[in-house]
Design a binder for this molecule. Structure first.
Ligand SMILES: NC(=O)c1ccc[n+]([C@@H]2O[C@H](COP(=O)([O-])OP(=O)(O)OC[C@H]3O[C@@H](n4cnc5c(N)ncnc54)[C@H](OP(=O)(O)O)[C@@H]3O)[C@@H](O)[C@H]2O)c1
Length: 263
């Protein structure tokens, strides 16, 4: 018997929904019968994503905005509710952090990393929770990253943000649980998206290595010697959004090709 996700006609807000892991999640959710509101800065790219999925237009809304602007998240929640009358799922997949050697990372780079992924996540959770509380149902999935538990010396701003989000995910689960809201996370290892290609390029420049050498270093610790496919991460996000995971909250599921060596 097929596993029942019970996601048909449910509605998700997906930050970072125009690219990489967020975009793969959007396609998967749409094919499972869900409505999605895609959030990112580039209106042009969001519009072309909408065109790409023309036959599913009824299920898709786009909302271009910069998540580092404090009030943007309230507008997102209001928009989703006005369009679909419900906010069942929130997927936080927007993120970008400057990599490089510690001494070359400026205060501004640290601030930018926290402002988008950490404070952006906090603000949008705060904005959707009142709707989810009224419904007495909601599922939040944070896309974090394996560097949260195992910091990478060349990615310290991102590693620090990820560690903070692991704590947020665990700590908030208890408060939200009594309202029927579950909050979980996925922690990918290196995943083949535009973001990692850009990161390999900049690390190659700052360390005087080739991109191939950087990729080999990243995969050195993997048991499964490949970059993750963003679809593999999207599948986990769908699982954590669905009724299949109805007994799971405050948990982070790692998908890193076996690179984490802790229990
Ligand atoms: N790829 C990996 O290897 C990997 C590994 C571990 C964890 N992760 C985490 O997974 C998440 C997704 O990564 P990805 O690889 O899918 O990244 P990606 O392909 O670069 O996509 C990032 C998304 O975030 C949006 N975004 C960036 N800045 C934004 C802002 N200020 N406001 C609103 N939207 C913004 C981007 O669109 P615009 O640029 O148009 O705004 C895009 O849609 C990130 O949090 C990342 O840290 C990724």
């Amino acid at each position: 018997m097929a596993i029942k996700t019970n996601l048909n006609n449910k509605t998700a807000i997906i930050t970072g929904g125009s690219k990489g892991i967020g975009w793969e999640t959007a396609k998967l959710m749409i094919s499972d019968g869900m409505n999605v509101v895609l959030i990112s800065r580039s209106e042009k790219l969001l519009q072309s994503r909408l065109d790409e999925l023309g036959q599913f237009r009824r299920q898709i809304r786009i909302f271009p905005c910069d998540l580092t602007i404090p009030n943007s998240t309230e507008e997102i929640a209001k928009y989703c509710f006005s369009e679909f009358k419900v906010i069942d799922v929130l997927v936080n997949s927007a993120g970008a952090a400057k990599g490089g050697i510690f001494s070359e990372i400026l205060d501004k780079d640290w601030e930018d990393s926290f402002n988008l992924k950490f404070f952006g996540t906090i603000r949008i959770i705060r904005s959707v929770v009142p709707y989810m509380k009224d419904q007495r149902d909601g599922r939040i999935v944070n896309v974090i990253g394996d560097t949260g538990k195992k910091p990478n010396k060349l990615m310290l701003p991102g590693s620090s943000v990820n560690a903070a989000l692991l704590s947020l995910t665990k700590g908030l689960a208890e408060e939200l649980g009594e309202y029927g809201i579950r909050i979980n996370a996925v922690s990918p290892g290196p995943t083949k998206t535009e973001r990692i290609v850009n990161m390999f390029n900049s690390l190659a420049k700052s360390t005087n290595k080739t991109i191939k050498e950087i990729e080999a270093e990243f995969l050195n610790e993997n048991i499964i010697k490949k970059l993750a496919d963003p679809k593999e991460i999207a599948n986990l996000i769908l699982f954590l959004s669905s009724d299949v995971s109805s007994n799971i909250t405050g948990t982070t599921i790692t998908s890193d090709g076996g690179r984490s060596k802790y229990i």
